[in-house]
Design a protein around this ligand. Structure first.
Ligand code: NOJ
Ligand code: MG
Length: 544
């Protein structure tokens, strides 16, 4: 048996240590005005649903003014709402209602790059090479006799070179789309601007920030080559993400930025926090982003990437717990988001995928720390794999053939026909079409139906909030001896014990001695004094 140390006690300022955060992909959540695009007013109208689901906070993907080349991760004005999503007044009304309902709001901050439509970039384009306007971005002269070759061999995460040449001959860096020029974070104006943007949203009452590409803002001095490229080896540089070091990611100096941001967050009351979307070579390097003087959380993408096996889950859970314990931060679990294939589909799709997804959710929600849910996972939505190519909007699709649109299809709320209540009554528009099979997956189709995925999530979240052994102050994970392929661990507080068992083996498992079942992802069968846990299922047992 091994145990990790208990997570620290929760006070209100520490809400994020054990919170369940629901990620809203704004464009696809709820459309209040019938234009086929989700909006802030749509979120506002659905807040009671989220309250009833039992989450503590929402993370909203970017809703700022944007040409929407990369779904809003190309921001043209960091202090305003894009008209397609509403207005600042709508934002204020939405956050006001959320707070009244006890829901906190986390917004997305995109500091690595702006949109090419941002006034700073249009000014840089209008100005000459070497001008102060260009200093805020990463402009460089090319290689080759006429400067006709890019300044180095860096590749865009979305495919192709990370450099685009201007008519005047200079190149600019974009680690993502050419419409997302990278900022020069060694420039004091860039730093001052983002401190101010943080304050702008903190003043409006936001409870936290999700930091986009948190590992990317500082590039190695001298912009050195990676040394290989897709052209030379067939291996894409991005394949090193989370596995190796690249001169444009996870540079030590990036931590100075977070050490400057933390006092800003701490100067506001109520526990304002930040979560890093960071990719680092090792869990140790990832843990450097979190702690009392940097960010509060960093997603454990190793957990998301773990394959359906007891060893794989146990390994990533142990290493994430160990690292976060050292830095005194909570572990941050996530199974799906707007960039990754939905976990129902990752785990095998169809019935098997859904069973495993439901089981993995019970596993995640029993672990210490914070858990992030992605909209629609509470309905068991699969990835939509057969979207017509011409409807796909992910900028990566054209260059790599990979598209993230299949996890961004609008949420089915009710009714018989697509888009299933996504918009107001009678509206037939949705920016991506929902599959004809989603009628049975809608909120209305699942609400109140015993055994539905929605009711499973509601039950698990209810227990997570009420059970002493699942609170932030409860003990850490204690692994229990089991037969091969069965994962079991307990957490405890003051004699109350909750045991989570996941059957990853190929046969039903007899579970005995952990107390009464509290919730199960599939039906349990009584067997003697214990229960049979079916294949690809998980259950929580409690003893008080
Ligand atoms: C990560 C975001 O989650 C993703 O959607 C986006 O394309 C990139 N960062 C670039 O901002
Ligand atoms: Mg709308």
């Amino acid at each position: 048996m091994t145990a990790s140390s208990p997570t620290p006690l929760t006070s209100d300022d520490d809400w994020w240590r054990s919170a369940v955060v629901y990620q809203v992909y704004v464009r696809s959540f709820a459309d209040s005005d019938g234009d086929g695009t989700g909006d802030l007013q749509g979120i506002r109208e659905r807040l009671p649903y989220l309250r009833e689901l039992g989450v503590d906070a929402l993370w909203l993907t970017p809703f700022y003014t944007s040409p929407m080349i990369d779904g809003g991760y190309d921001v043209a004005d960091y202090r305003d709402v894009d008209p397609m999503f509403g207005t600042l007044t709508d934002f204020d009304a939405m956050i006001g209602d959320a707070h009244t309902l006890g829901l906190r709001i986390i917004v997305d901050l995109v500091p690595n790059h702006t949109s090419s439509a941002h006034p700073w970039f249009t000014a840089a384009l209008a100005a000459a090479p070497g001008s102060p306007e260009r200093e805020r971005y990463l402009f460089a002269d090319g290689k080759g006799e006429q400067g006709e070759l890019p300044p180095n061999d860096w590749e865009s995460i979305f495919g192709g070179p990370a450099w685009t040449r201007m008519p005047d001959g200079q190149w600019y860096l974009h680690l993502f789309d050419p419409a997302q020029p990278d900022l020069n974070w060694r420039h004091p104006e860039v730093r001052a601007e983002f401190s101010d943007v943080l304050r702008f949203w903190l003043d409006r009452g936001v409870d936290g920030f999700r930091i986009d590409v948190a590992h990317g803002m500082i590039k190695a001095e001298g912009l050195p080559d990676v040394g290989f490229s897709t052209m030379t080896t067939g291996q894409r540089q991005v394949e090193l993400l989370g596995k190796g070091r690249l001169p444009y990611f996870d540079q030590d100096e990036v931590h100075d930025i977070y050490r400057a941001w933390r006092p800003i967050l701490d100067s506001y009351p109520g526990g304002r926090m930040a979560v890093a979307e960071a990719w680092a070579e090792t869990p140790q390097r990832l843990a450097r982003y979190i702690g009392p003087d940097e960010l509060h959380q960093a997603f454990s993408f190793d957990f998301l990437d773990a394959t359906w096996s007891a060893d794989s889950f146990r390994k990533v859970i142990d290493s994430a717990l160990a690292e976060s314990t050292i830095v005194g931060a909570p572990t941050t679990w996530v199974l799906s988001n707007h960039d990754k294939q939905r976990h129902v589909t990752r785990y095998g799709d169809g019935e098997v995928g859904l069973r495993r997804a439901r089981a993995a959710t019970l596993l995640m929600l029993a672990l210490p720390g914070c858990a992030y849910l992605y909209q629609g996972e509470e309905l068991g939505l699969p990835e939509v794999l057969d979207l017509p190519d011409e409807l796909r909007q992910d900028p990566a699709f054209l260059r790599t053939g990979e598209s993230r649109d299949g996890c961004r299809v609008p949420i089915p709320w009710s009714g018989e026909l697509a888009p299933y209540g996504f918009g107001p009554a009678g509206s037939e528009l949705s920016w991506l079409p929902a599959p004809a099979t989603w009628q049975t997956l809608s909120v209305a189709a699942q609400a109140g139906v015993p055994g539905s995925t929605l009711e499973l999530y509601r039950a698990a979240l209810r227990i997570r909030h009420a059970h002493p052994a699942l609170t932030a102050g409860a003990g850490g994970v204690v692994w229990l001896e089991t037969e091969p392929g069965v994962l079991a661990f307990s957490r405890a507080l003051d004699g109350a014990v909750l045991t989570c068992v996941v059957n990853v083996s190929g046969a039903p498992a007899l579970i005995d001695g952990y107390g009464q079942p509290a919730v199960a992802s599939e039906e349990l069968t009584v067997r003697g004094s214990g229960h049979l846990l079916p294949v690809d299922a998980a259950a929580w047992f409690e003893r008080r």
